[in-house]
Design a protein around this ligand. Structure first.
Ligand SMILES: C[S@@+](CC[C@H](N)C(=O)[O-])C[C@H]1O[C@@H](n2cnc3c(N)ncnc32)[C@H](O)[C@@H]1O
Length: 276
C-alpha cells in the first residue's frame, strides 16, 4: 500500500512516496521515492478499447517510457478455483495459437513506441516463455527471466506434477536501460491476489507491478499495458504519479478497471452513523 507524504521542513513542504508494511506485527513506513518540493500529480490514465495490434499503431514513435504486458496465453490449468479451460470473449477464443499469431505485430509496435534505453516486462508461464522470448528477441535485448514466487500454488495434476508456485516475467530492453534503486535478484516474492479479491482471472498484484514500475521508470513517465485486463498496471502507475495508457478489448474488464480507479469512498465514521 503506497501513499504520498507531505512533510514541512523549515517552512517548506517536501513530498515523498511512502509504503506501509507490517513487520513483526507493527506498521512501518518506508520511503520509496523522494519528490522534493514539487507536489506530485496523479495523472488520469488513458484507457483505449480495442485490439492491441491495431491501437498501438496510433501511438507515436518513441513516446512511451516503460511497457508492462501480460498477454493472454490461454489454456488454464483446471483448478479448484476456476473451471474454464480457455477464456472466451465474443467470437475470440484466447488460446495459445491466437496470441502467437498477433504477438509479433504487437512486439514490433511496442519497440517502435518505446523510447530508447527503456524496458519492457512480459508476464509469462514456463511452458510458453520460450515462444514469447523468440518473438521479443527479434527487436529487444532480453536481459533476464525473472521468477515471481507466489505465496500459494496451483492445484493442477495433483499426483503427476509439481505444484506451480511461480510465474515468469521476461525483462527486455531497447538500448541500454539502467535499473533504479540498487541491484535486486531475479527472484521476486509477492503474494498473489486472494480469490476473494480477484476481479480478473489473471489479475496481477499491485505491489509487484509497483516494484517493476519503480525499478524501470520515474515520476511523470508514461507506462503502457496493451493487455490491460482489470487495469492493475495503470492503477499502479497512477499511484506512483506516472502517466499511463491501457488497451483492452473486453468491455467488462474496462468497466472493472474504471471502477478500481475511482477514489475510494471512506465509510461514515461511527460518530456520524450514530447521529444520522
Ligand atoms: C492475462 S490478462 C491481463 C490481466 C491483467 N494483468 C490484470 O491484472 O487484470 C490479458 C487481457 O488481455 C485482453 N486481450 C486479449 N487479447 C487482446 C488484444 N488483442 N488486444 C487487447 N487486449 C487483449 C484480455 O481480454 C485480457 O483481459
Amino acid at each position: 500500500m503506497t501513499s504520498i507524504r507531505k512533510k514541512k521542513i523549515n517552512g517548506k513542504y517536501y513530498y515523498s512516496l511512502i509504503e506501509r508494511v507490517k513487520i513483526k506485527g507493527k506498521w512501518r513506513y518506508n520511503t520509496l521515492e523522494s519528490y522534493g518540493t514539487t507536489p506530485p500529480i496523479k495523472y488520469e490514465p488513458k484507457i483505449i478499447k480495442g485490439f492491441a495490434e491495431a491501437e498501438l499503431k496510433k501511438i507515436p514513435d518513441d513516446s512511451v517510457d516503460l511497457i508492462i504486458i501480460d498477454p493472454p496465453y490461454g489454456i488454464e490449468f483446471n483448478t479448484n478455483f476456476r473451471k474454464e479451460k480457455t477464456e472466451t470473449i465474443g467470437e475470440i477464443s484466447l488460446d495459445n495459437d491466437k496470441i502467437f499469431k498477433s504477438f509479433p505485430d504487437v512486439v514490433m509496435e511496442c519497440y517502435r513506441i518505446l523510447k530508447n534505453d527503456s524496458a519492457l516486462y512480459c508476464f509469462s508461464r514456463w511452458d510458453v516463455t520460450h515462444k514469447f522470448m523468440a518473438i521479443l528477441q527479434k527487436y529487444f535485448k532480453i536481459k533476464n527471466r525473472l521468477t515471481w514466487v507466489k505465496n500459494n500454488w496451483s492445484m493442477g495434476d495433483l499426483t503427476g506434477s509439481y505444484a506451480m508456485q511461480s510465474e515468469d516475467i521476461i525483462f527486455a530492453v531497447k538500448g541500454k536501460h539502467k535499473l533504479n534503486n540498487g541491484r535486486d535478484t531475479d527472484i521476486l516474492s509477492f503474494d498473489r491476489v486472494s480469490n476473494q479479491k480477484l476481479l480478473h482471472s489473471h489479475q496481477k498484484p499491485l505491489d509487484l507491478l509497483s516494484f517493476l514500475i519503480r525499478k524501470s521508470s520515474k515520476r511523470e513517465d508514461t507506462i503502457l499495458d496493451c493487455y490491460m485486463g482489470s487495469g492493475s498496471t495503470i492503477i499502479s502507475a497512477v499511484n506512483l504519479c506516472r502517466k499511463s495508457i491501457g488497451i483492452e478489448l473486453n468491455d467488462k474488464h474496462i468497466e472493472v478497471a474504471k471502477k478500481r480507479l475511482q477514489p475510494k469512498q471512506s465509510p461514515p465514521s461511527k460518530r456520524h452513523t450514530l447521529h444520522s
